[in-house]
Design a protein around this ligand. Structure first.
Ligand SMILES: [Ca+2]
Length: 434
């Protein structure tokens, strides 16, 4: 057969294209089994050159912002080409001995775009890249700083109940946000020391989740926040027993990433300059050079935001920053702006939904209803509300609770054939009450 260079080139290109097209994303590497371990075939694969993966993204913290670089090296990488996916990279001095730190583990800053090539492994609910706890150069990962793009905008998590449970489909829950920069607004701080390396909790009406203060942070000696707070940090999981369904936490870098959570824009006017504050789900009204205005959706008030971020009238944003005075008015100098989301906390209907009708009926609304589990049925169960009335609950991806269990069901209230039903999306919508 005659050699046909054009065809050979075309074949080579198509092979290359196929290889490029099949390159998996960080999100693909993070896919989970029902027990929370990684399901990608390269997770835990033999330490061979062909089993190494290459990922790129933005470092969410600098080399000395989270763990002590004298003992550990870690990068939290967020996929900046997609709205989903992040991966941690980790090595410890203990396993590397006197070679610490190997030359491959270079310095980097928060906001640097990095490329890492290495081996995937499971770690307590995360698929990460590590050196397999070996000092061998063959298992080391390599890190390249590609440039500096700055931190991504955090993503507002609608409520604690959206991030404190395991959803293997990753449409919601901790896996949806894992190893990405996130914001929680309007949460209460639980018990525990306000100090570096302290693990606390934050909660709202939908549940609680961990809050880990960075070992290398500036929390020790700074005042413990009071009242409702807003936090920006890295969504993380550290569950030391299978199944890896629990122990989600927001890993916060600095005191400045925690602020008083305000409800309305107007509240800024009564605060002193220098206070850290946050507002969630506000509407951009007008944009000027170096600042813009946001207002409450109900138009109760508005406030200036000092920021060069590109926004457009009508954008919904959440803002965290410091109260300043500018041109004679109180404003927020933005440290973070989260785009396009608002808080979506279910309406708690303590007396039940079955009795509500007409203009009071919460048709199509997300509600949270406490009650007692009754008999299971095809695709769901009956909930006996505290009023004594039965309501059908449909579960698309969760097992029904034991009859007699005290539960709170979150779901969309829908009217079918004249009676109200609750449609729950996932296991996080079903909480057993103590
Ligand atoms: Ca996980």
């Amino acid at each position: 057969m005659r050699f046909r260079p054009a065809l050979a080139l075309a074949c080579a290109l198509s092979v290359l294209a196929a290889a490029a097209g099949s390159a998996d994303s960080i999100w693909d590497y993070q896919a989970v089994n029902p027990d929370g371990t990684g399901s990608h075939p390269l997770v835990g694969a033999d330490p061979l050159p062909e089993n190494r993966v290459t990922v790129e993204g933005v470092a969410l913290a600098g080399v000395a912002e989270i763990l002590n670089p004298a003992d550990m090296y870690t990068i939290f990488i967020q996929d900046d080409t997609s709205r989903r996916g992040g991966i941690q990279v980790w090595s410890g001095r203990f396993y590397q001995g006197p070679q610490w730190r190997p030359a491959e583990y270079v310095d980097f800053q928060a906001g640097d775009r990095v490329r890492v090539t290495g081996l995937l492994a499971n770690h307590n609910g995360k698929v990460f890249i590590n050196d397999r706890h070996s000092g061998s150069p063959e298992t080391r990962f390599t890190v390249t700083v590609l440039g500096h793009v700055g931190l991504p905008d955090p993503e507002l998590i609608p409520s604690v109940g959206n991030c404190n449970f395991f959803d293997p489909t990753r449409r919601d829950g901790g896996e949806r946000y894992q190893t990405r920069l996130v914001m929680l607004h309007g949460v209460q701080l639980g018990a525990g020391n306000w100090a570096n390396n302290s693990l606390l909790t934050v909660s709202d009406s939908t549940g609680s989740v961990g809050l880990l203060l960075s070992r290398m942070g500036d929390f020790t000696g700074n005042p413990r926040p009071q009242g409702a707070i807003s936090v920006v940090g890295i969504m993380d999981q550290e569950d030391n027993a299978l199944p890896y369904h629990d122990a989600y936490r927001i890993w916060v870098k600095k005191q400045a990433d925690v602020a008083a959570a305000l409800g309305s824009c107007r509240e800024v006017q009564s605060l002193a300059a220098g206070e850290s504050v946050a507002l969630a789900g506000k509407v951009v009204s007008r944009v000027f050079d170096g600042h813009f205005y946001i207002q409450d959706e109900g138009r109760a008030g508005g406030v200036r935001v000092v920021s060069d971020r590109e926004v457009t009238a009508g954008d919904v944003v959440s803002v965290m920053g410091t109260v300043v005075e500018q041109d004679g008015e109180k404003a927020i100098a933005a440290r973070y702006i989260a785009f396009g989301k608002t808080r979506a906390v279910p309406l708690t209907v303590g007396g039940g939904v079955a009795r509500l009708s007409g203009s009071l009926a919460p048709d199509g609304l997300l509600v949270r209803v406490p009650g007692t589990a009754g008999p299971t049925s095809q695709g769901g169960f009956t909930l006996y509300e505290d009023s004594g009335q039965p309501v059908a609950v449909s579960l698309s991806a969760a097992a029904a609770p034991q009859p007699g269990a005290r539960v709170a069901v979150t779901g969309v209230a829908v009217r079918r054939s004249g009676s109200m039903e609750l449609e729950a999306a996932h296991g996080g919508d079903l909480r057993i009450l103590e």
